[in-house]
Design a protein. Structure first.
Lengths: 338, 436
């Protein structure tokens, strides 16, 4: 029985990675849920908005490192992030102008807007791949200090057998996500514009009657969504790697997170993000070592004690989604049902 | 309905036919027939999706998954069984699957039959956990035994060794089963939930095909699925065939490959015609009118006593079955199952573009869209490349912009499909041959 080592292993391989991943999903799900609340459709282009934003940030990062700029020990991408966000905002507003506005005016059914968003998804995906130097390959763009705590320093500090590593990118993810969430909630709850957005989301007719300008609400929403998507995408890319197709695949866990939390409900989106991330990581992690430490000394369990192979991580978010749809279609926190 | 519209439809079909014939003259008949056969399969997929979208307004974003299930059917029906693998652990794998299914059934029984108390939840959890442990123990060791049998060439259970044509209806049944499970959960809720659920299930089906080596050999692919038509070498070796090609004055090798493709085309055309006939009958029947009534106004249809949810489930299952059948036909045409070749862009969204461009709610429109868009899909890349070469011909050799543009030609497909979808939805949402 060696509880301390077991906890360290668990922290190192499950809790820390899942927290970082959960923060990334939560930011993504916040974007989906905001679009859903204000524009009232599921935005399938969200994954590719994240991809485009990240690609733009990568390009700016390369430009900055080329000029010799750096904020070491932090990755340069953080400095480039605001510029990436601005580019993405322009693109998203362009799409709203050219594509979505027409459907708002003719009051199209939500399902038509979903289809339109799929068209936007393709176009954005192609634009991302057209960007110079992006293409379809894996891109790693994290520079600066790699570890906050490395395995060796941890072992030397504590004298434990198992090491614990916290990568800089994981720490940055959590900090940046926390800042974003606090800023978003402050905006939604404290500012006049934020309140008008919530009013519009709760009851469109009443909001229009009280003189809220719907086009302005939509504009602000797209700006916030572009910022959230770019941040989420960049954090994910820093933590793992950037590849346009991976971001398309992130759509499923992000939607699952938003629906589990209740579509249109920001707090739900954050909870959903962490719920999905923790389930995904813990279901696909082999608990062999953890159980080995918890059992008697010099004993190792026979199997890997892994519930599902990592190739099925999508199945985890999907199953959670199905269970929620079956038993509580409005999500854990009450979201919109119609 | 009107004669003018029928004339327009015929004219469009003639134009698309001219595209194919033109390709035949400019490239080769072999290439054209290859494109034509896949266009037939695509047209059948588009018919299935049109049933879901055109008849009922259901948005299925998981077409790829149902296509892949059809491909799985081709393997399970057509391939010969691997005797050694069955002897080693086949029954154990099956037993594992049965135990797994029994666990789920038992859990559902507990949920439906027991009173809603805390005891019910604990009983369900206990059954699921215990069942999962037993399932994994039996199943995993069986899988290990099966996959150890001659892994370079086999390492899977094989199929039933039946005529591969049987796989087409079986593919339909497999896809219908998956659609039933999805429809049962996601229909009756908001309309986007079905979209998200189908997106998820298609990713999972592909993951299963890629990773369950005992079933599909995973990324090692199953090749050599038996054909329902003769092989080229057989034709070339037979006396009547060489005689015939000598009389026609053509090269027997090229002629044999054209003949094989024509045989496939004949089979596919028969299936397509049967399906169109049924679809048109259904569209013009009271059932078809009821579906349209539900699609156009669910509330008033429900008020008239129509069971909206089960009608939706019915048409969703039917449409998916047609897509699954097309998937089995495609695997038969390719003679192989390559799980990594299933890409959402190619198998989900392309089919959608076909339906929308052709005319949602019109079976002939969906078929036309299948032919036109598939031709474009194959041709856009070379045409896009040529156009870029032409546009950049003024720039110097080695100019970075020129190099970059030419390199990106591979992504033109994505851009074209996105733009086509957006433009059609905006300016011609009823498609080329609109609903009557």
């Amino acid at each position: 029985m060696d509880v301390l080592n077991a906890i360290v292993v668990l922290l190192n391989f499950v809790i820390i990675p899942a927290t970082a991943y959960g923060a990334q999903l939560a930011l993504g799900a916040l974007g989906v849920t905001l679009i859903y609340g204000i524009l009232r459709f599921s935005n399938f282009a969200h994954g590719d908005t994240m991809a485009f934003g990240t690609a733009a940030t990568i390009l700016v990062t390369w430009g900055m490192t080329g000029l010799g700029m750096s904020i070491a020990p932090l990755p340069t991408a953080l400095l480039a992030l605001p510029f990436g966000i601005m580019v993405t905002m322009l693109l998203v507003l362009g799409f709203d102008r050219v594509v979505y506005r027409f459907y708002r005016r003719v009051k199209a059914k939500p399902i038509i807007l979903v289809m339109v968003s799929i068209g936007v998804m393709f176009t954005m995906n192609a634009l991302t791949r057209f960007l110079p130097g992006i293409g379809v390959d894996d891109i790693r763009f994290a520079d600066g200090e790699r570890f906050l705590i490395s395995v060796r320093t941890f072992r030397e500090m504590t004298g434990l057998e198992e090491g614990l590593a916290i990568r800089t990118t994981q720490a940055i993810t959590v900090v940046v996500a926390a800042i974003c969430v606090v800023a978003l909630f402050w905006f939604l709850n404290r500012t006049r514009t934020g309140k008008s957005m919530r009013a519009y989301s709760d009851n469109e007719d009443l909001a229009l009657l009280s003189g809220i300008n719907p086009e302005r609400v939509v504009l602000i929403t797209w700006l916030i969504v572009a910022a959230l998507a770019t941040t989420a995408g960049t954090l994910y890319g820093l933590d793992k790697a950037f590849k346009a197709f991976t971001y398309f695949q992130l759509l499923l866990p992000i939607f699952a997170a938003a629906i589990v939390g209740g579509l249109g409900n920001p707090i739900g989106a954050i909870m959903g993000g962490f719920l999905i991330a923790f389930s995904e990581v813990s279901v696909t992690y082999a608990f062999r070592k953890v159980v080995g430490y918890l059992g008697p000394a010099d004993w190792q369990p026979e199997g890997m004690i892994q519930l599902l192979s990592t190739d099925y991580k999508f199945a985890v978010s999907f199953s959670i989604l199905l269970i929620v749809l079956l038993f509580r279609p409005t999500g854990i926190m009450k979201g919109k049902s119609i | 309905m009107t004669a003018a519209m029928d004339k327009k439809a015929v004219l469009l079909f003639v134009l698309v036919g001219a595209l194919f014939i033109g390709t035949g003259f400019l490239e080769s008949w072999n290439t054209t027939l290859g494109i034509f056969n896949m266009a037939l399969v695509s047209a059948i997929m588009a018919l299935g999706v049109n049933m879901q979208w055109g008849y009922a307004g259901l948005f299925n974003v998981g077409v790829m998954g149902f296509v892949a299930l059809g491909g799985l059917a081709a393997v399970l029906v057509g391939m010969p069984p691997v005797g050694d693998a069955w002897a080693a652990g086949g029954l154990q794998v099956l037993l594992g699957l049965v135990l797994g299914a029994a666990t789920i059934v038992l859990a559902i029984l507990i949920y439906t039959k027991m009173p809603p108390t805390r005891a019910r939840i604990w009983a369900m959890i206990a059954v699921l956990v215990l069942g999962f442990v037993i399932f994994r123990a039996v199943f995993d060791s069986g899988v290990a035994l099966v996959e150890a049998v001659n892994p370079a060439a086999e390492g899977y259970l094989g199929g039933l060794g039946l005529p591969v044509l049987l796989a087409w209806p079986v593919g339909g049944v497999l896809a219908a089963g998956a659609a039933w499970v999805i429809g049962k959960t996601a229909l009756g809720l908001r309309s986007d939930y079905l979209a998200i659920a189908t997106l998820g299930v298609s990713e999972i089906i592909i993951a299963v095909l890629k990773n369950e080596d005992w079933l599909t050999r995973g990324v090692k692919n199953v090749t050599g699925i038996p054909r329902p038509v003769p092989y080229e070498v057989e034709l070339q070796a037979s006396a009547w065939f060489t005689d015939l090609s000598a009389r026609l004055g053509v090269d027997p090798v090229a002629f044999s490959s054209v003949t094989v493709k024509l045989c496939y085309a004949g089979l596919f055309i028969i299936v397509l015609l049967i399906l169109i006939w049924f679809s048109e009958k259904a569209w013009n029947s009271p059932w078809g009118r009821m579906m349209r009534a539900i699609r156009d106004n669910e509330v008033s249809a429900a008020a008239m006593g129509k069971d909206v949810k089960s009608r939706h489930l019915q048409v969703f299952v039917l449409g998916s079955a047609v897509v699954g059948m097309a998937g089995a036909m495609m695997a038969t045409l390719d003679s192989q199952l390559v799980p990594s070749s299933y890409q959402p862009l190619r198998f989900t969204f392309l089919v959608w573009v076909m339906v929308i461009v052709g005319g949602s709610g019109n079976n002939w429109g969906a078929v036309l869209g299948g032919f036109l868009i598939w031709w474009l899909w194959v041709m856009v890349e070379p045409i896009g490349y040529d156009a870029l070469v032409f546009l950049t011909s003024g720039m110097a050799e080695g100019n970075w912009l020129r190099d970059h543009l030419l390199e990106s030609a591979a992504h033109t497909r994505l851009l074209t499909m996105g733009l086509v979808l957006l433009l059609v939805l905006r300016f011609s949402p009823r498609g080329l041959i609109p609903e009557r």
